[in-house]
Design a protein around this ligand. Sequence first.
Ligand code: PLO
Length: 406
Amino acid sequence: MSSPCPFAIDPMVGDLNGETARLRALGPITRIDLLGVPAWTVTDHALARQLTTDTRLVKDINAWSLYADGVVTTQWPLIGMVLVDRSMFSVDGAEHRRLRLKTAQALAPRRLEELRPVIEQLTADLLDDLEAAGAGGAAVDLKEVFAYPLPMRVVGDLMGVAREDHAQLLDWYKKFFSVMTPQDERLEVMSGLDVYFTDLVRQKIADPADDLTSAFVTADEGGEPLTEEEAIGNIKALVAAGHETTVSLIINTVRALLAEPEQLAKVLAGDVEWKQVIEESLRWDGPVSHLLMRFATEDIVVGDTVIAKGEGVVMSYRAVGRDTAVHGETADEFDVTRSTANRHLAFGYGPHICPGAALSRLEAAIALPALFARFPQLRLAVPDSEIGNLPVLTQNDLAALPIILN
Ligand code: PLO
């Protein structure tokens, strides 16, 4: 591979804002080191749009030289982010459209309206739990008690995953994402998930119900049934993406507002819409720091850089959200009145753009106003500088958000 000494991404996520700034300073596309494995990463808005729509970049891991040559193996801690079943996350072109169609239909804004009362009820239940946990002015972790269970319940209901299995799934995903998990344990978690979702698919084939898993394995207006492997791959992608990211959207937004009381006041006074707040949060402190990965099927020339055939390309969406060419010189600041807020690429771009974007926006648009309506005195229980990230390299995952309710 070309230039030496790629910029090493800190697996412990000690200083996310500093890292984002340093990455951006290295230019629109730069070399990074992901736990010993080199790749390119894109930090520029225009270039991210260009490359996420470039058909010479594909998601199929077999196009990656380091994998094909046996340099990257299942011993690499991030292998689970790229070595995935055949699914809408790993396939391109016409096959990708086929694999995505049933999901796109189930997550279309009109269909999501049916979910609104369900999400409202789940939110109300969790606010009760929160009130109980924070009674008497006790500090309580908003992540653990409120934000963390909500998206899992929503995506679990959508996919037909039984409520009693959620704790097990959440525990597995925690271990899956953490770089601290020993690799043999991570591989065990991955096979646990595989067994679990294989069983789920077989059960829905035998006894279809009104959920998206059943839609995958039956013929409907979204087309013929997917194969068992495709259904399993899609479900794994949806459950992981559907719960992990929305948790961060909710708590990162709360954190940003609690750190900026004047901005919060504008929102609570109705001068700024929640919709706008959510977009600014996605831009400034979105759930995904680095999206792994696309692979070049031929040499791609980008300015004076050549992405060689077989090399991997990451999208550093956090850095992209701070692009001054799009958001101006104040791009590093959280500002709920920013006019360019909704021009972020936090959900990606191009054919693989997040199919769950509308669902996550709906969850946040229900959860956030309900939280502040119920607890108008909500405040941080620790200084903002003490809030840290989990050791998760790709995601922007707070360890906890300690708050006091009233
Ligand atoms: C999680 C493990 C699954 O077996 C495969 C999979 C598919 C979709 C990925 C997800 C994994 C990790 C989280 C990702 C999601 C798509 C969107 C989500 C990357 C690898 C984001 C953007 O965080």
